[in-house]
Design a protein around this ligand. Sequence first.
Ligand SMILES: [Zn+2]
Length: 598
Amino acid sequence: MATNSAEGIRWNLSDLFASYDDPQIEATLKTCHRCAEAFAQRFRSPMEQPNTLTVGILLQALNDLETIYEALGRVGSYSGLLYAADTAKPEYQDLEQRIEQRSTEIRNQLLFFELEWLKCDEEIANRLIDDPRLKTYKHYLTNLRRYRAHTLSEAEEKVINKKDNTGRNAFGRLFSEITSSLTFTIDKEGRTEDRNLSQILSLLHEPDRGLRQRAMDTLYRGLAQHGPVLTFTYDTLIQDHLTMDRMREYPNPMAQRHLINEIDGEAVKTMMGVTESNYSLAHDYFRLKAKLLGLPRLALYDQYAPVGKEVRPFPYSQAQQAILDAFEAFDPTFRQIAAEFFAKNWIDAEIRKGKRGGAFCASPSPKLHPYILCNYDDNLRDVMTVAHELGHGLHGCLSRKQNYFNYDTPLTTAETASVFGEMLVFDHLLARQTDPQAQIALLAGKIEDIFATVFRQNVLTRFEELAFSARKEQRLAPETLGSLWLDANGQYYGDAVDIPEGYRWGWSYIPHFIHSRFYCYSYVFGQLLVLALYRMYKDEGKSFVPKYLTLLEAGGSDSPEALLRPLGVNIHDAEFWQKGFEEIKQLVGRLQRLTAAP
Ligand SMILES: [Zn+2]
């Protein structure tokens, strides 16, 4: 294997614990267990009698809860990070499972608090919520109450939790097992090779058109073989979702997700409508891409074909420099925080056997700093990944002044800093690139990334909506799902892209449909929000920076709508969402001009 520029870049987890067998881990769990028991003993009865519940008692309960969750977060994060860095080590697997099990036990003991709080009368709850002494917990307490109408009794909730393991969660595991064991046999350069799902998907980025076509054919033929089980699994999960919606009295299949996302469904409707009215922008790009590839028309398997010339290799140290410089140009605080990640070994970047693939940033709690994992392979995409994760890292650091309950943001705004960080680094790199072919590669890569997050995720959400309403009529057959999928995609690709027949199985391997339904619109939301914010930054210049910093510092202390309002953002306004598309239009226009140049 060729040497990798990120070799030796490993994180140092000793801030958390000394090693997987550090006795402090067990001691922490024991303390948590004891505290949870004491918590139940002390607060169960006052919580059951809300008439006599005082601000002082509630405040004490919240403080205690915070302390327990913080400690659980510390052990949970440690085992999770150890395992991610070396998934093959049995000791880490054992630790991970042990902690998961113990945490569930402890959390179950605390469960009554939220449930009793929900039972509390509106008048009493409001009086407590409005007390200035509970100010920092106001958002958390109010937020919980929104689930009031949708929560069942403690006994019912416990039964559902237990039965889900052999019900809904089991179908999820079946799906994961099938999709992770898929093997596709493909001819590459005269040899047959076996590839897994992500490896066959990566062939769609190859320059050889024949290979891309074969990869796509092979992919859908392989999926079709598992079609009946994948269909049955999805159909069952939709039915489970619809049943639970009825029991929990959610008015529509997306309602629960909107509640989790702290978003009003109307705003999502507006956003999706604006996205659809911009599909012609995608058609323009697809026609341009066909021209760049010298084709009369694009086929679906040409969508991610490389164009221009990729700048490569891109060593880790150079990535670090580019990111720090790009962040510095935005605000010195950004650079300062990002530099800490590099200097203090909060990043694990090298490629190792047994290490988890992909990338993430873990922000365990306000008492701890975030950690980043990525697999740095010396190309531009990896630079963007580091920029993305460092954006999360900045967000996680800046919001450390919040308490535990106000620390995390909902999905809709979770990607605000990460995607913004990527934009800063992208612009920085593009401005310093003199070779037009390299500029073309950079721009096309960015545009296709944005399309995959905005347009494609919108299509995915529309498909889910279609599937759910079809399921209300009857059991879903592979033919039905295939047709609904082609319908939803047909709007996006229009007549600009040829769609192969096998694509009717395109829905069948997407994990979000199985594990976290209606998740995908959050990607559209996050990306468009950032593009619009980025445009505001370009328009307003430096005066935008402090408002943006305040937004990040606020963490999840209020709803996205309320936190965004001071920046002049109205998520119910179609014009706001259109701002994001203006930014995309500019990128496509820039590429058009570049390629038209003699
Ligand atoms: Zn992210």
